[in-house]
Design a protein around this ligand. Sequence first.
Ligand SMILES: [Zn+2]
Length: 441
Amino acid sequence: MTPGRPPPRPAPEPAPTADQATEDAMSNATTVSPAHSASTASTLITNIAALVTNDPSLGWGSPRSSKFESGGGSPLGLIQDAAVVIEGDHVVWTGDQSKAPATDNRVDAGGRAVLPGFVDSHSHLVFAGDRTQEFNARMSGRAYSAGGIRTTVAATRAATDAELEAGLTRYLAEALRQGTTTFETKSGYGLTVEDEARALRIAAAHTDEVTYLGAHIVSPDYPDDPAGYVSLVTGEMLDACAPYARWIDVFCEKGAFDGDQARAILMAGKAKGLHPRIHANQLSYGPGVQLAVELDAASADHCTHLTAEDVDALANSRTVATLLPGAEFSTRAEWPNARRLLDAGVTVALSTDCNPGSSFTSSVPFCIALAVRDMRMTPDEAVWSATAGGAAALRREDIGRLTPGACADLILLDAPSHVHLAYRPGVPLVSGVWRRGTRVA
Ligand SMILES: [Zn+2]
């Protein structure tokens, strides 16, 4: 929980779309009583081949478990032949299915895997326009730079509120179908007081994890006056945006904001009760990670170009390194060295960075597959980072795990194990999603 900020409200439940209703009807899981139970009735989900709890004291890998030898020290707290009981919007019990308590309703998982809903702690979903041509050109050999953001700024400013919200809702529904039950999203494509505030107002209607990113790039309205733009971002724009946001972010990068500017922006946000997170060390070495640690940012995001000192600083801090392999994939850039971070003891989160320029994917399963194949994370590490790691990057303890007291955010995979998320890349394995206790997909 962020010091000095009220605890997040439960996010509003989106109405199921026609698509979701169809998917629900097509799901293979057997539901013995009403599937859409938003009441406080209890529901047992049983016949789970492998349950990811993210409580390492449980299941395989736990010294308390008879399966410790074969489990191999997984952080996932895996339980075989498991069951979960949810009541209202919370998990109330997890364990061996033979010991499950009596409940009002029962769902047969059919020998499939169940894991916590994905926590996508980094996305940019309030935007308009399209950058297909830029992607196409880049895949034909042109390099990525921060300047392409201006294209989306122009389109976003020209869009109506309804168009921006329709886009956001569409990408959220897309993400939900792929198992994302909590998401963070940012402003950063308005870059005027009014356009930044409206982006955050629209985002805040759909999530509590809203980030003010007026400092995405220097506004094109201030071509020769970056200091003037920093004054706007830390003054009038911050005043207009702070009521809608929990977080403040800055793109600390050559061509965007340097270390001193980033520090001034994040300090101003902190003074208004916003907590920092940083786009750090994405395209080049720089001061972003050290600044993140200095300011106790919840997360330093990207972390592609790190010195040994940067890795040490992260390992000795509460700041999570959020890796965004969709960006490296979509820009044909060098992968972040996840193995180096994990081996140093850094907490790693995995997120989509969904945005129209450098990573236009809403799929956490795709990012898990990339992390395993190309960033040398084990399947267990990648799944942990996309669930519990994302929760840590948002300083949340109520999500990213399936243990009593956690939010009832669950994914049913059409596979016997979470490993299939990497083993079967590109396959839509998420066959059921519960969000805050309600079956939504
Ligand atoms: Zn980003």
